[in-house]
Ligand binder design. Structure first.
Ligand code: NAD
Ligand code: WQD
Length: 344
């Protein structure tokens, strides 16, 4: 396994997770050296071992919590980084209402700690994982970056707060170069079927739930509401392939040195699909039945959410290339090859 000599080194927090592991793979393929910090609270080191096998490149890993300033500082003493991609954090919307302080501690305090350590080491380039959730219930679709922001749950508030904290930092010190990436609905897996999403317990999100029904681990999907003002009454979202999403991070890292202050970008495809569209497409792509039951709306859900991703095209020269068929084929390959995720 090779270490790339003279390659620019990127710190990836939360790099063992779903989006992080795909981004590490693409960063390595693009010629960057990758160092990962992750506390493994929602992931396993096996994801990074598989990325190493796929790329035949080495990843330096630290089991460190981003709220631990001393441990994080030690990582920065060991390495000189070009930039940071900050994925580390908790992401379950429902759970965030039950244990809000944990979400503020991990997501907000963790981010502040990271920013402090970066500042202390004079590293001022960061790409941050934000979310379309910061648009709350948008007045119209497609959603543009200048739409008003709001939050309807503690998770969403942590994303908004960290965005604001980074904006304040850019005002206080104009050397900061910050990219806020607002993801719509990431799905899919690497084409190898070796890495993918491995939710702990009952999945909160639609795609992993559907794929667990298709593989026979769950009996049926509950469709949360069919009385929305959408074509078939079920919720419409902008599903984006995780490899397209990761590619945008690589492009952001390649360009970040030329940016000033804060750059905010939507990462979506610009297409909306309903829950029932997703069920039908998954049945076609997998050849399996996906039984479902119509149930009450899930509190806090909105009818429609899809992006205008054109600004990311202008700024990064990026667009999502993979359509729904690939999202489903790749999810299914990962799910059927690894019914227990990264567990043996
Ligand atoms: P994930 O849970 O798979 O990855 C997050 C990683 O961060 C995990 O490996 C976890 O162990 C690690 N982590 C959590 N808290 C940590 C801490 N305090 N210190 C160090 N490591 C820690 O989630 P993901 O889907 O890959 O999401 C990555 C980021 O993208 C998150 O910030 C999430 O909020 C954001 N995001 C995700 C989605 C989505 O639907 N998946 C959508 C929008 C934004
Ligand atoms: C999609 C659609 C549900 C599950 C969430 C977060 C958002 C971002 C992405 C992190 C909706 C319906 C779902 C199920 C269903 N994450 N659904 N049955 O809610 O758009 O976004 O994940 O930042 O912040 O809120 O994604 O996948 O949960 O739901 O009918 O079992 O599927 O009602 O219409 P969502 P989702």
């Amino acid at each position: 396994m090779s270490v790339q000599q003279n390659a620019k080194k990127i710190l990836v927090t939360g790099g063992a997770g779903y989006i992080g592991s795909h981004t590490c793979l693409l960063l390595l393929e693009a010629g960057f050296d990758v160092v990962v910090v992750d506390n493994l609270s929602n992931s396993s080191l096996e994801s990074l071992r598989r990325v190493e096998k796929l790329t035949e490149k080495f990843i330096r890993f630290y089991k460190v919590d981003v709220t631990d300033q001393k441990a994080l500082n030690a990582v920065f003493v060991d390495h000189e980084f070009e930039a940071v991609v900050h994925f580390a954090g908790l992401k379950a919307v429902g759970e965030s209402s039950q244990i809000p302080l944990t979400y503020y501690e991990q997501n907000v305090h963790g981010s502040v700690t990271l920013i402090k350590v970066m500042q202390a080491h004079n590293l001022k380039r960061i790409v941050f994982s934000s979310s379309a959730t910061v648009y709350g219930d948008p007045a119209s679709v497609p959603i543009k970056e200048d739409f008003p922001t709001s939050a309807t749950n503690p998770y969403g508030r942590t994303k908004l707060f960290v965005e604001e904290i980074l904006r304040d930092q850019a005002v206080a010190d104009n050397e900061w170069q910050i990219v806020l990436l607002r993801y719509f609905n990431p799905v899919g897996a690497h084409i190898s079927g070796q890495i993918g999403e491995h939710p702990q317990g009952i999945p909160n999100n639609l795609m992993p739930y559907i794929s667990q029904v298709a593989v026979g681990q769950r009996e049926f999907l509950s469709v949360f509401g069919n009385d929305y003002s959408t074509p078939d009454g079920t919720g419409v979202r902008d599903y984006i392939h995780v490899v397209d999403l990761s590619d945008a991070h690589v492009k952001a890292i390649q360009k970040i040195a030329s940016f000033a202050g804060v750059t905010t970008l939507n990462l979506g495809t610009g297409n909306g699909y309903s829950v029932l569209d997703m069920v039908k497409a998954f049945e076609q792509g997998s050849g399996k039945n996906v039984p479902y039951k119509l149930v009450e709306r899930r509190p806090g859900d909105i009818a429609e959410c899809w992006a205008d991703p054109s600004y990311a095209g202008v700024i990064l020269g990026w667009e999502a290339k993979k359509g729904l068929d690939e999202m489903i084929e790749d999810t299914w390959r990962w799910q059927s090859n690894n019914p227990n995720g990264f567990n043996k």
